[in-house]
Design a protein around this ligand. Sequence first.
Ligand code: GLU
Length: 590
Amino acid sequence: MITRRLALPLAGILTGSSILLVPPPAAASSVERASPVEQAEKKPVAEGYGGAVATVDLDASKAALEVLRRGGNAMDAAVAAAATLGVTEPYSAGLAGGGFIVYYDARRKKVHTIDGRETAPRAMTATSLEGIPFDQAVTSGLSAGVPGSVAQWELALRRFGTISLRQALKPAIEVASRGFTVDQTFYDQTAANVARFKDFTSTAKLYLPGGAPPPVGSTFRNPELADTYRQLGKRGGDWLYGGQLGSEVVATVKSPPVTPGSTRNVRPGLMELSDLKAYRALERPPTMMTYKGMDVYGMAPPSSGGSTVGEALNILEALPKIGVHEYLEASRLSFADRNKYVGDIPGVPLKELLSDGFAKERACMIGERAMAHPAAPGNPDGTYEPCQATPGGQSTETAAEGPETTHLVVTDRWGDVVAYNITIESTGGNGIVVPGRGFLLNNELTDFTAGPAPGDPNLPGPGKRPRSSMAPTIVLDEGRPLLALGSPGGSTIITTVLQILVNRWDLGMPLPDALAAPRATQRNTAQTQAEQGFLDRYGAELTLRGHSFALSPEIGAATAVEFLPGGQLQAVAEPGRRGGGSALVMSEHR
Ligand code: GLU
């Protein structure tokens, strides 16, 4: 195993272009190492034994660690961390959102996934979002999907956990009651939302105390959310899925508590209590593909994460060399295919999208120069010509998606691993707090293609789940966990996961460097969005090769864990993006 880890990056460098010979970025080498397990400040890297966690937030990482310490397993800890993120990262995660879990069960040596994606109400049709300006759809009752997180937590704990929902919610209740310290990220996210938060009485009351965002350094308490979690733990998910809490969610969606005098056009939603009663979190087979002998497991539809990351890796593997140009081109092609074929519909050609034959056919489109925009989708029909371009029809643009959500990884002493993306879609969801309950509603239904778009697999429909880009990923080597990772960032989630894998395996960066390295994202768009550091390093050379760039201040906020030789764990979060994340290990020593 050790030899393979070392050999892979070297092989990549030796066969690559000059681009590959650039050393890892300077920022990465200054990544701070976490020392004691008990920390007052978040640190992005922790190495040790017996269990590890990485999230965007110290309180959430501590919640997970506390559960592990008390004998809980990775799934118990992941649910505890997710519920805590609902308190401290309430604009990205919460009980009224949704998410995807990829889970490695060490005892059975098997990867499972749990789909907790929100659903459209049964009254929603293909035309329900047509003609509505995107920003109006975002802040509305109409965009709120039937929440999936609570059902997902219950299913995850029942199937793979050892503790009750009530126990799993305890750390979150404590943080919500005693409060957490407002940091710059929380302040900035609140400030960016002031215009709409003030338009809802419930939201303004909670998040704009005294009419303004809570200042950096102040303590933010959410006793109403603490009480909601307490009751949820006592009453169980039925309280939401058909009970009193559900009735309040429906009432808020249908008649949002708009501040008197506000001129905002707030469209009511279509959700009924029967939609909540019908909601189910679902176990689904993971996607799986093999990259250089490693098995990469991901999330199947309704997420496009697993198939798009997997297709791009397959395309890369079919190329004679792998560098940043190839990374961008492989990503461009797999987004063309995702946009045409992937959604919450029957008959997604998953097997073909992830087949080597299709990847080879697609890889032949990649030359020395960037291909013309837009790339047409291919034809994953099972019949492949080596080196023949097979345009399969019109390409659709990659739709705008909110830039926020969150991702966490946890592993326990038994070797179970959780990669978990949880989201309420936009930063601040639909902007509407359920009065007296302390949590925001999601606007996940804006992830549907609004239309008109005949044939688009991601048009809304009754009970349908909007296509996601969330890509929690677990990599096994010879059947054993090697790496787990994921990121927020809407459709850039896919490219961030892909880029980290390429950085790690093909460009030879250690995992902390692979996360810290400057990013670029090509999603079959005319311009590639890129961070300044990426442009400084690769911009000139890639522009000569026909790429065109737009500056993006920040792409993604990843978390990951690598299983090093000798049972050592390396948990990694962002060193800087989104204020940096928190990695913790159970013990620094064996
Ligand atoms: N709604 C997004 C998705 O499911 C995730 C939220 C985000 O990161 O923007 O792909």
